[in-house]
Design a protein around this ligand. Structure first.
Ligand SMILES: Cc1ncc(COP(=O)(O)O)c(C=O)c1O
Length: 265
């Protein structure tokens, strides 16, 4: 854990905790002999599942959004090198990936598979992420994290000690649905929804994987991963500037990815 020192923080203290949420989401999802999951061509989740399959000896199938492009980009080349078999769905079909019809089609094609949703967010993933707050070895008031599919925030919130809060930053445009999604994931994992979290929708910077000169400035200054971590960090610093946190608040920001995640282990 490191403290981020920025004059803009004033009396608020901001700590960065490096933590791989993808590994946490997979921890309680290991077990089936064959796992099929979904992602974009640069998905960290796809890479994480492929690596886990190789390490733990289960088969993996990655269903990728869009057409196949050869040669494979470094991210998919890494997944393939781990033994993941790659399948592709055009964008219209990909939108239907979690419908019973599409799941039936995929099972017909790939046989007896455990289907892991895009981003790896399911009840088991939430339980894995719920272990994060208990491992933070310092006093804090708020934990912040980026939100893509919601499993990380759902888990962090469920694992928080009484009196602490979780604040997620949506990295995609039109992320209003994520509030219901995080609630759904908590219900699925624990049968209840916690009142200690919220999602800020103001720092998507144009949409998923989009950026702006201002966001690029922050990425360059702090050398952080751009799709998730930078948006959260920008949001935290901006909210502090606006006085959204009381003086003395101790914030932990979860740094879930590294700049240009290495494609080899
Ligand atoms: C680096 C990184 N941070 C944060 C997230 C968002 O997590 P979630 O999808 O659980 O909201 C992801 C997506 O899995 C990610 O790859």
């Amino acid at each position: 854990m490191e403290e981020l020192l920025d004059p803009a923080l004033g009396d608020v203290r901001l700590f960065l905790v490096h933590d791989d949420n993808k590994a946490r989401k997979l921890r309680y999802n290991l077990g089936p002999a064959r796992v099929l999951t979904f992602g974009g061509a640069y998905s960290g989740h796809i890479r994480a599942v492929a690596a886990a399959g190789r390490r733990h000896g289960f088969e993996t199938i990655g269903v990728i959004r869009g057409e196949e492009h050869l040669p494979l980009n470094p991210s998919l080349a890494y997944a393939a090198a781990c033994g993941m078999r790659l399948d592709y769905l055009d964008r219209a079909s990909y939108r239907l990936k979690h419908t019973p019809e599409m799941e039936a089609r995929l099972r017909e094609r790939w046989g007896d598979v455990a289907i892991l949703p895009e981003g790896g967010s399911n009840a088991a993933a939430v339980r894995g992420c719920a272990e994060l707050p208990g491992e933070i070895g310092a006093a804090y008031d708020v934990i912040c994290c980026p939100v893509g599919t919601g499993g990380t925030l759902a888990g962090i919130s469920a694992g928080l000690p009484a009196g602490k809060r979780a604040l997620g930053f949506a990295v995609l445009k039109g992320g209003g649905f994520l509030t219901e999604e995080v609630a759904r994931l908590q219900r699925e994992a624990y049968g209840r929804v916690w009142p200690n979290w919220s999602i800020n929708l103001d720092y998507h910077f144009g949409g998923y994987a989009r950026t702006t000169p201002a966001l690029n400035g922050l990425i360059a200054k702090y050398r952080v991963e751009g799709v998730y971590v930078a948006k959260m960090l920008y949001g935290v610093l901006d909210l502090v500037r606006q006085g959204a946190f009381p003086r003395g608040t101790r914030i932990v920001a979860v740094v879930t990815g590294q700049p240009s995640t290495p494609v080899a282990e």
